[in-house]
Design a protein around this ligand. Structure first.
Ligand SMILES: *[C@@H]1O[C@H](CO)[C@@H](O)[C@H](O)[C@H]1NC(C)=O
Ligand SMILES: *[C@@H]1O[C@H](CO)[C@@H](O)[C@H](O)[C@H]1NC(C)=O
Ligand SMILES: *[C@@H]1O[C@H](CO)[C@@H](O)[C@H](O)[C@H]1NC(C)=O
Ligand SMILES: *[C@@H]1O[C@H](CO)[C@@H](O)[C@H](O)[C@H]1NC(C)=O
Length: 504
């Protein structure tokens, strides 16, 4: 199934266990030490440092919103300021980051409400990455416990910019979406193979280091992934040797292997993990194992791994160099039980060091790149475009740009631009002729100036309304020859149009 064909993933029978399982050590090509990415202190005016990472003010990456300060002592500096978006007419509010097309990025959003709006309950809203609604942000429970909340997603941008947006949803009402901090980190190419990032994103569910007392993050994890400590009733052991992180595709931090949970000889090791009730869907699962003894020819153990009673991997040989087993798409639902059963005669019990689980999120589509570039060009040549003209023009459908309607394909085309009587001041760029799927262009009743550019590329155009503006001259004559055009606002005409010119 999954990485290839067009199998609709939500209708797959959960009994079909088709897996992509690989054991390592697998040599990843050694990673260049590239910059970590963007670390933003949203709403801040100064650079601040948290856990030896520097967070810069966010103003260069969004033009929208208002900043607020939370007047509480002992807050992390990244949480003590935020940016919020009060405009109730806008459907989304985006940050935009220059990125390398085709690279993978780990996006982390951090929220701490702090009653910035004078209310008692955090606003609930959507977060959107690259045109896909990634999740709802509801920090109510965490906030009641005095905690901040964070969310993570791995995504591969399709163009040279990556957009991260907050969107209004039916729960937001008149409240303002807000954000405290934002990280966008470039991941090495080997991470989370073989997920097809053209179709899916990975949403973090759990990332744990077993048997540890402390969480692990930067600098132990070069991408600042947070590995939370997980302990249960199983015995904890310390490792006597370090793994080589680069032997593993996902580059787990060496420290994540420094402890593990195990059980006594001959017994199965059983854990209930992730410690969450999971919605029924498909997940990327990666488990990390190591024989904790001093390296020697005898420092290995074999065992079977099963998840909820289904074989995940048979006869896994965990050596002191470490090994990982993963499934690119594995169905989980509700609570999860992982069982590691030792092979007969093993002198030591199975052990587990770390694990990661991501929900597989089908991408909701995007706007065709040329249409995006054209619309951004149009947005730049208008002094006062609608405030939500940012991020993907068409997607998510519920958060498309005001006045813009799109086709429904995965790669959407812009079919209608309608900003009648919107008070627009500015000009029409020549590139508007690149919107080759546009059937209706309605910009009547604005204050647009300059000449009307060549529209002969708009082969699908059916209706054209540019009346009541301040254009110089008339329509380029080629416009009237457009094959599908049947309606033009008449004050634009050079001569009698043999379609049905409407009177204005
Ligand atoms: C925090 O204090 C500043 C300065 O005193 C004030 O302008 C701001 O409104 C306060 N913010 C909140 C959320 O109370
Ligand atoms: C593992 O690496 C850490 C950090 O380099 C070092 O402090 C520790 O002693 C190493 N442990 C072993 C068992 O080699
Ligand atoms: C497990 O791996 C070790 C080290 O490569 C090897 O010596 C041992 O024979 C392997 N055990 C099994 C059962 O394959
Ligand atoms: C454009 O918007 C105007 C005003 O909202 C509306 O009357 C008109 O029907 C719309 N045209 C198209 C093609 O959607």
């Amino acid at each position: 199934m999954p990485s290839g064909g067009a199998v609709a993933y939500d209708i797959m029978s959960p009994s079909v266990f088709l897996l992509f399982l690989v054991t390592v050590p697998l040599l990843a090509h050694s990673a260049p030490s590239n910059p970590l990415g963007y670390f933003l202190n949203c709403g801040g005016s100064n650079e601040v440092t948290v856990d030896s990472l520097k967070y810069t003010p966010d103003g260069s990456y969004t033009k929208l919103g208002t900043v607020a300060t939370i007047n509480k002592t002992d807050l992390l500096p990244t949480l003590s300021t935020l940016r919020y978006f009060p405009n109730t007419a806008s459907k989304k509010f985006c940050y935009s980051f220059p990125v390398i097309k085709g690279n993978k990025y780990l996006v982390k959003t951090i929220y701490y409400y702090g009653e910035f709006d004078g209310g008692k309950k955090p606003p609930v809203f959507d977060q959107i990455v690259e045109g896909t609604t990634w999740s709802t942000v509801d920090t109510t429970e965490d906030y009641a416990k005095g905690l901040s909340s964070y969310y993570e997603v791995v995504v591969m941008p399709h163009g040279k910019k990556l957009s991260v947006c907050l969107g209004r949803n039916e729960h937001t009402g008149s409240l303002s979406p807000f954000i405290s901090a934002l990280e966008v980190k470039s991941l090495d190419g080997s991470l989370y193979n073989p997920t097809d990032f053209n179709k899916y994103a990975l949403v973090s569910v759990s990332r744990h280091t077993f048997g540890s007392e402390d969480a692990i993050s930067f600098p132990d994890d070069k991408f600042n992934r947070m590995w939370q400590p997980f302990k249960d009733q199983n015995p904890v052991v310390a490792s006597q040797s370090n793994i080589t992180s680069s032997d593993f595709w996902n580059l787990p931090p060496v420290k994540a292997f420094s402890s593990g949970i195990t059980t006594s000889k001959g017994k199965a090791l059983e854990i209930q993990w992730p410690p969450l009730y999971l919605p029924s869907t498909y997940y990327y699962i990666s488990l990390y194992f190591q024989d904790n003894r001093h390296p020697s020819p005898f420092s290995w153990r074999t065992f079977d791994v099963s998840i909820n009673g289904h074989t995940f991997y048979s006869n896994l040989n965990a050596t002191s160099k470490g090994v990982t087993v993963y499934a690119a798409q594995w169905p989980l639902s509700g609570l999860t039980k992982i069982t590691m059963t030792p092979s007969p005669g093993m002198p030591v019990g199975p052990m587990l060091n770390a694990g990661e689980v991501y929900q597989i999120l089908p991408l909701g589509g995007r706007t065709q790149t040329r249409d995006i570039i054209t619309m951004e060009d149009l947005a730049r040549s208008i002094q006062n475009p609608p405030r939500d003209w940012n991020g993907d023009p068409c997607r998510p459908k519920e958060n498309s740009w005001t006045g813009v309607t799109c086709s429904s394909q995965f790669v959407a085309r812009i079919t209608v631009v309608n900003l009648t009587n919107a008070g627009l001041v500015g000009t029409l760029p020549p590139s508007i002729g690149h919107l080759t799927a546009l059937s209706h262009l309605w910009l009547g009743g604005n204050k647009l100036t300059g000449t009307i550019p060549d529209l002969s590329g708009l082969k699908e155009l059916e209706t054209l309304h540019l009346e009541n503006n301040k254009f110089e001259g008339k329509l380029p004559p080629s416009t009237e020859k457009l094959p599908k055009l049947r309606e033009i606002s008449s004050d634009m005409l050079n001569k009698k149009f043999d379609g049905k010119a409407t009177k204005h």
